[in-house]
Write a protein that binds this ligand. Structure first.
Ligand SMILES: Cc1cc2nc3c(=O)[nH]c(=O)nc-3n(C[C@H](O)[C@H](O)[C@H](O)COP(=O)(O)OP(=O)(O)OC[C@H]3O[C@@H](n4cnc5c(N)ncnc54)[C@H](O)[C@@H]3O)c2cc1C
Length: 435
């Protein structure tokens, strides 16, 4: 049984079904019926890709896997049972012989006043759809008002956290809102929408190769993004953001991308963890529990290429760990031999929108349109489905103007920053489900 169908869970299920050839029942428990290709989520928020393009059908691409729709809320390790709630709020339990936990991560919060109330994260589809609508509406309201201050505030967008998520959101967001402003007769000749990207670190993309940081910094500044390193938020209010240097930015948009923390299900297991990630050995096995495996963002996997460290939370690692976990589960059932997880980082790609990217495939730094093409080619190859649809959207976007319409389907209260389930929008009465 695999809990969570993200990068790690999806690839675990796929490899396992190939290895098992029908000799085992593979159950995949996930709240939704698709694998979300998260790295392209900023393109959904910016109106380049339609949401279903980055959502790959689980039943369509994993025919030999039994999909159970639901959210695990309790794992009884001794009884080998997982309790879950299905999308219609019904309770269920599933028994397992082998368990692979791949529940990923959720938005990280910092104790900054007002942030939980006024900021939105960027981890799941509902947040991407909300942000697309929100940006669209702010530009429309900015065009509708005669109040100069209100217009300026509605045209100002603040992103906190300049890791790859915040950097990509700001890079795409500035292009999207400017495209919308150009389409709006009352804004066309006025000041352009303003974007700020803040980070406490001294450079963009703090965890990545410095050459990527320099490229991203150059591209964003050339686009007019106000990049402020060494800066943080002291307080968020409905009218704007108070910075730690005393400055106040009037804005109705605070996008919180300060990072992620492991899914809270891990803490409920009562097993040893490292910064919230479940401790496993190099075989992705939970010590003392030979039938339990874990990988991806939710697990602290020893990084054999950097002794003493754990692997970073990236799709690159999660996907490969999922495959290794599948092999080791099969080995624990007598098929094949277990393999230790060891993977040398192959570099990183940061999509900066337009035809720009900052990338270092195989640690070779590239930028500009070449990096943009390599990044898109990589994403197409890495996606387990929907490739033609994604390529078709990119083609359409290169020749047609962006569609400046907000569907208004995701309300701000349904995508709270503090949530254990960023993959589902909150519904009234405190229940969860798809919006
Ligand atoms: C905007 C953005 C851009 C990114 N870009 C890149 C990039 O370019 N390159 C890169 O390497 N990494 C990137 N990442 C990071 C990457 O997406 C993650 O490291 C990766 O998704 C981790 O994979 P995972 O399988 O551990 O978790 P996830 O992909 O998050 O999957 C977890 C799955 O578990 C499910 N789940 C959660 N809780 C439960 C539960 N209780 N019961 C059942 N199911 C549950 C979730 O619904 C989800 O399907 C990006 C992240 C973001 C947010």
């Amino acid at each position: 049984m695999i809990v969570g169908a993200g990068f790690a869970g999806y690839h675990c299920a796929r490899t396992l079904s190939r290895l098992a050839k029908g000799a085992a029942e593979i159950v995949l428990l996930n709240p939704l019926d698709y694998f979300l290709y998260v790295p392209l989520l900023p393109e959904v928020a910016a109106g380049i890709l339609e949401p279903r393009r980055v959502s790959v059908s689980l039943t369509g691409t994993l025919p030999d896997v039994r999909l159970v729709l639901g959210q695990a809320h309790n794992v009884d390790l001794d009884a080998r049972r997982v309790a879950y709630t299905d999308p219609e709020d019904r309770e269920g339990t599933l028994s397992y012989d082998r368990l692979v936990l791949t529940v990923g991560s959720v938005n990280k919060l910092l104790p900054v006043p007002g942030v939980a109330e006024h900021a939105h994260g960027f981890r799941g589809m509902p947040e991407a759809l909300y942000l697309r609508d929100h940006m669209t509406r702010q530009i429309e309201l900015a065009g509708a008002t005669d109040d100069e201050d209100e217009r300026a505030a509605r045209s100002t967008f603040v992103v906190v956290g300049a890791g790859y998520t915040g950097t990509e959101v700001a890079a795409h967001g500035v292009l999207y809102t400017r495209a919308l402003a150009r389409q709006n007769a009352r804004l066309r000749d006025g000041p352009r929408p303003r974007w700020l990207l803040l980070d406490v670190a001294d450079r963009l993309l703090p965890g990545l190769d410095e050459r990527l940081s320099r490229t991203a910094d150059r591209v964003l500044r050339a686009r007019g993004v106000d990049v402020r390193t060494g800066t943080s938020v002291k307080e968020a209010t409905a009218d704007g953001v108070l910075l730690d240097d005393g400055g106040f930015i009037a804005s109705r948009s605070l996008i919180w991308c300060v990072g992620v923390r492991p899914d809270p299900l891990v803490a409920s297991l009562g097993l040893p963890s490292d910064k919230g990630r479940l401790c496993v050995d190099e075989y992705l096995n939970v010590p003392g529990r030979p039938e339990v495996f874990a990988c991806g963002d939710a697990a602290a996997v020893p990084d054999l290429t950097r002794p003493g460290e754990v692997t970073p939370m990236t799709a690159q690692h999660a996907q490969r760990q999922g495959r290794v976990a599948a092999r080791n589960v099969a080995a624990s059932c007598g098929k094949g031999t277990p393999r230790a997880y060891e993977h040398h980082d192959l570099g990183f790609m940061v999509d900066l929108g337009g035809i720009q990217a900052a990338a270092n495939p195989l640690h070779l730094p590239i930028s500009g349109p070449v990096a943009g093409a390599v990044t898109r080619g990589y994403h197409l190859m890495a996606m387990p489905g929907n490739r033609v649809r994604v390529a078709a959207d990119w083609l359409l976007d290169s020749v047609l103007p962006r569609q400046g319409v907000g569907l208004g389907m995701v309300a701000p209260w349904s995508v709270p920053l503090d949530t254990e389930s960023p993959e589902v929008a909150r519904l009234p009465r405190g229940t969860t489900g798809t919006a």
